[in-house]
Design a protein around this ligand. Sequence first.
Ligand SMILES: Cc1cc2nc3c(=O)[nH]c(=O)nc-3n(C[C@H](O)[C@H](O)[C@H](O)COP(=O)(O)O)c2cc1C
Length: 363
Amino acid sequence: MNTIPNEYLIKLIEAGIQAPSGDNWQPWKFKLLANGFELWLDPENMGEFFDVNLVATEISCGALIENVVTLATALGLATHISYFNNQADKEEGSNKFAKLTFTPSGSQSDVEATRQAIFNRRSNRNLYQFTKKIPTTVITELTNLVTSNDHYKFYNYQTPQSKSAIIDNMLATDAIRFANEHVHNDFHKALRFGKTAEQTRNGLAAATLGIESFMFPVLKLLKPWKITRFFNHFGLHHIMTFRATWLPMKSSSHIVGIVHQGPVNYVEAGRIMQRFWLQVNKLGLSLQLSSSLPLFLARYHLAQGEGFTSAQLKSLAAVENDFAKITPGFNKETDQLIMLFRLGYTKHPAPTPYRREVESFLI
Ligand SMILES: Cc1cc2nc3c(=O)[nH]c(=O)nc-3n(C[C@H](O)[C@H](O)[C@H](O)COP(=O)(O)O)c2cc1C
């Protein structure tokens, strides 16, 4: 019996696909059921260098599920979730990831406000207003939201010393990022100029990067790795790091991190990250993720650093040690850094990124 009309299911999926995904690859597909839908992974849009063991894909799926559950709750529906992403399912080669079914559980509330929050959440890569500080009460509210799950810790690099130290740490990480051939090629594969973003409706539209438009031809010129590698000999990666990391980080009111203690379930981490992000944007704050350090560390530990040169591995070990020093209580043997963010206020709204049409995800 079709207990939930398809029209409702499509609305829920539409909310789901507003979730963030690494380089906006949108690595998912959906199969409609009578009372819900199955979430499938899309192998064509995942597995990049930053997606070791599908960590980034799982975070994105968690964010998608959080959007769906949030809207379903507002619509008066309870969500029941079963997962198929365990080792046995992976070994069988199935891309079925989760099944979400819905049952009526109460009355509707705040549907429009909930939809707005989900559809208005954005990555904002513009420079922020350095002098406009975030009130302490807001930081406390965000800390409580994340740490309401006992396994999660929230770090706030607030003092000038700790802010400088985390920025130095991020600069050292991004110097590795801009000097790594795999990351370089993945970024340029995702980068979209002009009308291409509108046509493919995925990837990173250059206009959403928050950089000056005179940088676009420079990025086009640097696309072949050989050219970038040549200029890296003359310090190009340090210039890129300055513009892509130092300036945005310096302009931010706060740099914060979410850490998980003990073995992590990245889907759950993605749900918590999304809950945090929705609240950040609802409070009128802007946010940009900085995933290089968390995802490099995941690769370092889960794939023995495969894909890094030996010099990069040495730098990464040093970066991890420095991160542990400036993050009190962080135990590099047992804790996982889930994500770093910069937060702040900006006068420049984030441009709307593209999403593919819902129909293109249905199987
Ligand atoms: C696992 C993961 C890692 C990401 N890493 C970064 C990052 O390092 N820098 C950044 O600016 N955005 C990062 N993003 C944000 C995506 O690029 C963004 O969600 C996507 O382009 C869609 O844009 P939207 O968030 O505005 O909807 C990441 C997102 C996810 C889920």
